[in-house]
Design a protein around this ligand. Sequence first.
Ligand code: SF4
Ligand code: SF4
Length: 89
Amino acid sequence: MSKFKYLEDVVTLEYDQEKCVGCTMCTIVCPHEVFRMEAKKAFLLARNLCMECGACMRNCPAGAITVEAGEGCVRGIINELLGIEGPCC
Ligand code: SF4
Ligand code: SF4
């Protein structure tokens, strides 16, 4: 799913690193490798690749992540299957 890309700086993903307890779940569940671990904390590696699926927020035990999960991921998948490139939303 490497072609997926959101419009620049419109994603609703917010992350509070102060709350992170270093469980690594966000790096496991994110399909686009938006988060990476460094020094036992997650950090945002590629925020604009977020498809707002909500998996990281739902799996973060510390409440460190918020995102308005919507249809972005579904639309992105359909666009890729149809061969449509570029921003999906
Ligand atoms: S899921 Fe939450 S607590 Fe766990 S590493 Fe990611 S941001 Fe930190
Ligand atoms: S909402 Fe989905 S795509 Fe965005 S950072 Fe979280 S897991 Fe990754």
